[in-house]
Design a binder for this molecule. Structure first.
Ligand code: HEC
Ligand code: HEC
Ligand code: HEC
Ligand code: HEC
Length: 261
């Protein structure tokens, strides 16, 4: 356990070092010199992005993350104008990222510069409206063999963040939602041949922090309840998509261009 934690810390430290290195490389590369970059015209109306931001690069990233064109957020021909209300929505999203991302020690730098565990891609994945429902249900070996855990209303005895009456046993329980969201079996967060109430697995505590984070994120969206109660704009699946380590611009495994394959 100590080993896991210290290796996570050293990964975080290494990442911090790497992104400083990347930032230094980036600084040597004039923005206007890169192929396809827009001419460097000073931005007139930046309210959340730093004046040093590579605007052309960042804006192309927004297009890709949401699967939209520039005019989704801008009025045609006047990028400095705030007449399109989506531009202010996007500003709120940029500020929200600053807060979410600060929860991850491996993130560094002020968005969009630096390394970020969570950015527009993490939730949007090429769509203007992020998804909240799991696309594919995870089934373990027991279920493959036809043995399904019975639904039971037996309450949890060591629930520190979920409401006391949360369904934690069986098909309909929130534990299956977690399992589907990360595409992992129960023992990923439990295990150690210990009862589910035990706190030996450090991932269980990470998951508790995630539940709290999901609640904080949803306070940005009107009409949502306190997770897992009520309607949610962002769930575990919104970021995880069947992956314990969600995707962002910084950590995505990119396809090489055809001529390099
Ligand atoms: C998802 C919304 C969104 C999309 C899509 C988008 N932008 Fe932006 N853009 C913004 C926001 C928000 C700002 C202002 C940021 C701030 O206030 O710090 C901005 C600012 C700019 C600015 C600076 C304007 C000024 O003078 O202040 C330019 C230039 C710009 N965008 C160009 C583009 C281009 C070109 C595209 C398409 C490749 C694009 N944007 C796509 C949201 C978007
Ligand atoms: C934590 C998840 C999350 C992150 C990160 C995130 N968004 Fe969003 N965004 C949402 C959700 C959820 C909605 C939809 C709200 C609704 O319609 O209920 C949304 C909606 C939007 C919309 C309005 C779309 C529409 O159809 O009106 C824009 C624009 C937008 N996001 C831009 C961005 C940009 C730009 C970034 C990165 C700087 C970003 N978002 C990062 C969750 C996120
Ligand atoms: C992503 C991590 C994660 C996964 C996967 C997961 N759990 Fe949990 N589980 C938790 C957390 C966190 C709690 C404690 C919540 C709290 O403190 O409010 C918990 C609590 C429980 C409890 C209540 C224990 C008690 O008495 O307090 C049961 C039972 C349980 N899980 C069963 C399961 C089963 C069965 C699976 C697989 C179908 C599963 N869990 C998958 C994170 C997870
Ligand atoms: C805003 C995006 C976001 C949401 C929403 C989110 N997570 Fe995460 N989660 C992450 C990121 C990013 C990481 C990886 C951090 C790292 O590796 O440093 C992570 C890591 C984890 C881990 C540790 C995985 C490992 O291998 O160590 C667990 C467990 C986890 N999340 C559970 C959950 C649960 C349960 C929920 C819903 C209650 C949830 N997450 C919601 C972004 C999110």
């Amino acid at each position: 356990m100590i080993d896991t934690i210290s290796s996570r810390m050293s990964i975080a430290l290494r990442l911090a070092g790497l992104s400083l290195f990347a930032a230094a490389l980036f600084a040597q590369q004039p923005a206007a010199g890169r192929a396809g970059a827009a001419p460097a015209v000073a931005a007139k109306n930046l309210k959340v992005l730093a004046p040093t931001t590579d605007i052309a690069f960042t804006m192309r990233g927004f297009n890709a993350a949401l699967g939209v064109q520039c005019t989704f957020c801008h009025v045609q021909g006047d990028f400095a104008s705030d007449a399109n209300p989506k531009k202010d929505v996007a500003r709120k999203m940029i500020s929200m990222i600053g807060k979410i991302d600060a929860a991850f020690p491996s993130s560094s730098g002020a968005y969009p510069a630096g390394y970020h565990e969570v950015d527009c891609v993490t939730c949007h994945r090429g769509a203007a409206k992020p998804v909240t429902e799991t696309a594919k249900v995870y089934h373990n070996l027991n279920e493959f063999n036809g043995h399904f855990a019975p639904n039971s209303k037996e309450p949890g005895t060591n629930l520190k963040v979920l409401p006391a009456d949360t369904l934690v046993h069986g098909e309909e329980s929130i534990m299956h939602v977690f399992r589907d969201a990360l595409k992992v079996d129960c023992s990923y967060c439990h295990g150690f041949s210990k009862p589910f109430a035990a706190d030996d697995n450090p991932r269980k505590e990470i998951a508790r922090k995630m539940i709290t984070m999901v609640r904080d994120i949803n306070t940005n969206f009107p009409g949502t309840g306190t997770y897992p109660l009520g309607k949610q704009a962002v769930t575990c699946y919104t970021c995880h998509r069947g992956d314990p380590h969600p995707e962002s611009v910084s950590n995505k495994d990119y396809e090489l261009p055809a001529e390099k394959k």
